[in-house]
Design a protein around this ligand. Structure first.
Ligand SMILES: C[S@@+](CC[C@H](N)C(=O)[O-])C[C@H]1O[C@@H](n2cnc3c(N)ncnc32)[C@H](O)[C@@H]1O
Length: 400
């Protein structure tokens, strides 16, 4: 997996692929909540795919992996091509932040409390009017002056200041590259590189603080890593999936799954696969850093988590709306007259709201089969508590 992701169906992908293959889809398969695309990937020899997710950074990864002709450049050629612009912007930012970089180096060499105090005092758009003004100026600047977002939003927290500067310098180089056919690949590798460095427990709802000796050691180690090296490695990791002819039939959408199925615009569809969120944790809270990095849009941001204020929310993660969301999903897919395959664990929020997937699906589909698997799906610090939770993972195959 290119970026560690809550709720990935990587461990289940073969079961899902086999269930879909048995339906012999007469058309493309829609992966409606595709996340990191583990199910779409598993279908590379079964059917063409349409992926969709509400988070736009996931779509950059999907486009890089599931669409496009075979790449012409090697990773080394990309690195060489971008290096001069990277170095130029890096130098400018190093000069602008010289004294802060010095303070950071001293804090990293010092004790646990030195680092804690450095992080607590650090200024960012969530706590400083000066930084907010600087963000507004950068948002409205053209040329290199635009490239300061990671520094202003995420430094001395999710990333070290040095790493944030490197990230901005790399984005300046990426955005001035003229090989547009390789852009998704390169931006996806930039996100994947950032995800290797992030000082957080697999997601970015909040960053780690040096509250213990082991956390201190971990942060010092994480913050010593180089973005540019991780970016170069990630160019290889973000590899294209399947054959060129498979990729040329695939499409990638970004948006609310319920809008996509209700709009009636999907064509040549044989089956819909849905893996909606199953806890009350909104993904947009857990992955806001990647979303803001990808969009590079200098959003309003607040609080210690430095989270964008315009986050996407879905009814699937609200106890008061989850039942209606499942009705919407089933109603609209049944109207398309194609089978619907749903992944949903026994411990999901729908159960807390007193309903089951099968109960709702039977109101729209002629036949609903349930397959259950023992699963250890990662909750990675999400609200269900323990980091690994044993549950039954169910696959509902709904036939019109
Ligand atoms: C359980 S995860 C899917 C994981 C994916 N199957 C994989 O293997 O990586 C749910 C995904 O749905 C997305 N999401 C949540 N609500 C959505 C909505 N209403 N429309 C589209 N995507 C949504 C989240 O961003 C998240 O990526």
């Amino acid at each position: 997996m290119v970026v560690r992701y809550m709720g990935t169906k990587r461990h289940m992908a073969d079961h899902v692929r086999d269930a879909i293959a048995q339906l012999e889809p007469d058309g493309r398969v829609v992966d409606l909540f595709s996340g990191m695309g583990s199910v779409a990937e598993s279908l590379k020899e079964t059917a063409s795919v349409v992926t969709n997710d509400a988070m736009s950074f996931t779509a950059a990864l999907s486009r890089a992996r599931f669409t496009g002709q075979d790449r012409q450049s090697s990773s080394a050629e990309v690195v060489e091509r971008l290096l001069p612009k990277y170095k130029a912007r890096l130098q400018e930012l190093e000069q602008a932040y010289a004294s802060e970089l010095k303070s950071e180096a001293i804090a990293l060499d010092g004790s646990r409390t030195d680092l804690l105090s450095y992080m607590d005092k650090a200024q960012h758009v969530g706590n400083s009017a000066t930084r907010r003004r600087a963000a507004r100026t950068a948002a409205e600047s053209s040329g290199f002056a635009h490239y300061e977002l990671a520094t202003l939003y995420f430094s001395a927290g999710y990333l070290s200041l040095r790493q944030a500067i490197e990230l901005d310098a790399a984005r300046a180089a990426i955005d001035s590259d003229d090989r547009l056919d390789e852009r998704d690949w390169i931006v996806a590798a930039w996100i994947a590189g950032a995800s290797v460095l992030v000082n957080a427990p697999g997601h970015t709802a909040q960053y780690l603080r040096p509250n213990s000796a082991s956390a201190h050691t971990r942060i010092v180690r994480t913050w010593s890593r180089s973005l540019w090296d991780e970016f170069a490695n990630s160019l290889d990791a973000v590899s294209q999936v399947g054959s060129e002819s498979w990729r040329c039939q695939n499409s990638v959408y970004v948006g609310d799954a319920l809008d996509l199925v209700s709009a009636g615009e999907l064509r040549d569809i044989g089956t819909v696969y849905a893996d909606p969120p199953y806890t009350k944790d909104q993904y947009s809270r857990y992955y806001h850093m990647y979303e803001t990095l990808y969009r590079y849009d200098f959003p309003d941001s607040s609080g210690a988590g430095r989270n964008r204020s315009d986050r996407f929310t879905t009814g699937f993660s609200l106890k008061t709306a989850v039942v209606a969301s499942f009705h919407d999903l089933c109603r609209n897919v049944a109207r398309m007259r194609v089978p619907l395959v749903i992944s949903y664990p026994s411990s999901g929020l729908l159960g807390d709201a007193g309903m089951s997937v099968a109960e709702i699906a039977r109101q729209y589909f002629g036949e609903v089969e349930t397959h259950s698997y023992e699963a250890n799906h990662s909750t990675m610090g999400a609200s269900t508590g323990a980091s690994k939770k044993s549950a039954m993972e169910n696959l509902y195959v709904c036939l019109v």
